[in-house]
Structures are given as C-alpha cells and as structure tokens.
Design a protein around this ligand. Sequence first.
Ligand SMILES: NC(=O)c1ccc[n+]([C@@H]2O[C@H](COP(=O)([O-])OP(=O)(O)OC[C@H]3O[C@@H](n4cnc5c(N)ncnc54)[C@H](O)[C@@H]3O)[C@@H](O)[C@H]2O)c1
Length: 390
Amino acid sequence: MTAPRLGVGMVGHAFMGLAHSHAWQTAPRFFDLPLRPDLTVVAGRDAQRTAAAAERLGWRSSTTDWRELLDRDDVDLVDICTPGDTHAEIAIAALQAGKHVLCEKPLANSVAEAEAMVAAAQAAPDQVAMVGYSYRRVPAIALARRLVAEGRIGTVRHARGLYLQDWLSDPATPLSWRLDKDKAGSGSLGDIGAHVIDLVQHITGERLTGVSAQLATFVEERPVAAAFGGLSGVGDAGGATGPVTVDDAAVFTSRLSGGGLALFEATRFALGRRNAIRVEINGTEGSLAFDFEDMNVLHVYDAHDPAGLQGFRRVYVTEPEHPYTGSWWPTGHGLGYEHAFTHQVVDLVEAVAAGTHPAPTFADGLQVQRVLDAVERSAADDSRWTPVGG
Ligand SMILES: NC(=O)c1ccc[n+]([C@@H]2O[C@H](COP(=O)([O-])OP(=O)(O)OC[C@H]3O[C@@H](n4cnc5c(N)ncnc54)[C@H](O)[C@@H]3O)[C@@H](O)[C@H]2O)c1
C-alpha cells in the first residue's frame, strides 16, 4: 500500500538545497516512512537557475517567489535552505499559513527573531517546527547521546566542542554572504560554532548557563565576488574589495547546567582541518570522543574496565544495534555526510505522521541563539562572564 503523500516545498537550492533534496529522495528508499515525500516545488531568486535546479534535484516545479508555496494546497511542509536573514520571515509566514516547517540552522540572526519564531510555532501546536542541526543525526553522535542518557559515563565533568575548517585561510578567498553580518548574523560562531554548541547540549542533555568569550577577525577586507552564492563565493568584481563584518574565529569557556565545565572553538582558519568537528565528553565513569573526519567512529572509555585493559575503545558505529545504521548497508560498510540529512527527514516525517514535535524544536534553536548572543556580548565586553539569557 502506498503511504499518503507529504507535499514538500523547498526554499533555496544551493549547498543545503542539494543536501536536503537528496535526503527527501533517499529517506523513503531505505526507511519505511509513514508518509511519502513529494518534491512539489522549489523556490529561488533567479527563474532560469531555479528551473534548472528543479530539474537537476528532482522537484516537480519551480518559482521565484517563496510566498507561492504558502498559497498552494499541495504543499504541506516548507523546507528553508536560505541564509539566516530570511529564516524568520519565511518560517513565521509558513507556520501562519498552516505549513509544517524545517528551517536550517542557526534558527535566526538574532534572539529577537528566534523568539518570534518560537511564538509562531507555539501558536501552531499541530504543526512541526524543526531546526536543521543535522549533525545530531550522525549515528556516532546519536550513540554518544544514548550512552550519556543511559548513565554510562556518569556525571559530566568536562565537555569540549571544536569545529575547525580552513576555507577562509587564504585572504584572496572572496566575500560571500557568510562574511556579511546582515545576512549571516555572525561568522564562524553562528555558522559552525552553533553546531558544536548544539551537539554538546544535545549529547549531555544539559544547557550552557554562561560564557566568557573572545572573537577575532583576521582578514578584514576581501575581494568582492561577482555573485553571492556557493560555499565560498565565486568570481571577482575587477579588483574591488569589501569589508568582512563577522568574526573569523570564536573561542569561549562555559559552564554546563549540571556543574561541569565546557570549552569551545570555532574557526575557518585551522589550516589542514577541512571539517573537523571534535566533541569530547569526560564523565565520572568514562569518556566519549568523536571527530567528524572519522565520522563512523565513537571512542568510548569505560572506567570500569579491568586494570590493565583500560583505554579508549574504537567503536565502529555501523552495527544494527546502533542508531539509524540498521536501515543502511551491511555491518562495516560506513556512512557519509549526507546520511545525517536523510535521518533528519526520517525523524521529521515520522513526527508529522505521529503528530509529535521532533527535536531540535524552534525552542531548542532559540536556546542556541541565546548562547551565540551571550558569546558576542561577552567578547564585546573584554570576555566578561555573561549568563546565557532566557
Ligand atoms: N546543517 C548543516 O550542516 C548546514 C550546512 C551548511 C549550511 N547550513 C545552513 O543552511 C542555510 C543555507 O546555507 P547554504 O550553505 O545552503 O547557502 P548557499 O549560499 O549555498 O545557498 C543559499 C540558497 O538560498 C537562496 N536564497 C537566498 N536568498 C533567498 C531569498 N530571499 N529567496 C529565495 N532564495 C534565496 C540562494 O539563491 C541559494 O540557492 C544557512 O542557514 C546555513 O547556515 C547548514
């Protein structure tokens, strides 16, 4: 029997648009979904490029006006894959139009916007409003959360969250929306730091309560790209340059609600680190360590192992007992970057069918936004200890 359809409309069709399109198509091939995603319409800014993207990514129609998605009865869910400055407007309008929403991270560009989005979600309790903190759904990360929740590492004493990239190290890399505060809200902090903030809170089940932070912008002027778009912008505009208005790197110390200490670093200047997301949690009974550059592995240390056999165990997270992996390939065959997005679709579709609210909710996204805001205020005030609001 064919599952009932779930009409999906997506806004934005570049990096995340591609990842999400792939996930919407792949999820029903590997998982037994209660609803059948129907890639109904994709919205972009340029008619020709959006039509070409629809063709390439598998969408049945295209438009240059995202508001069209809200008027269509055949769209049940709006998937927002655009820069942060558009999230609040699109998400609030979609919720008010009766649509479910999946919104890319960070939820918004400010706490005020994120609060308005949470209010819109609360006013639509029968609709799903989920944020795209996709790394939560890497199987090794999901396993880490499970082990902490089961009490396997005891009380959390330390958490370390590092997100290291290097694509901005070259001063000749042109400007793009990610370097424009009006569009991105912040730099490394919100783009990649937000992920490790979310991961540490998710894995530990705790909240960051305050921060002491430093931000730095190492390259303050860059070539103007001929067109915004893509991961790092493309082309140049005849030697013109423009200002970088966001942080290039962020470091901060923090406290967890359970009394532990936490340390964070986010940078796009760590030469040789292409996409290293490193999370380590030390508890009273054991430790967990993860690095996205070896994403199928979780390192587990159990303090109860017999003397002489103690050490980090390298758990290859591809067994049927592990989160999500049983629906994929045989044991040991490994997963990649795109699979977390597929798992995000699976959990989202199941929640829509069940009438539940999948995490991370907009309220979870707001909490991360409050941490980002506290980091910026602390850094602007000589690293003063700054409680996380809310
Ligand atoms: N979950 C993750 O791991 C992850 C990874 C990368 C990016 N992101 C987030 O996804 C979002 C998009 O990032 P990206 O890397 O895909 O950016 P991108 O530059 O690759 O794509 C942005 C897309 O949005 C479209 N767009 C911009 N303004 C628009 C508007 N007003 N109306 C319609 N379309 C518009 C552009 O045409 C483009 O198709 C951001 O919020 C980013 O932080 C999340």
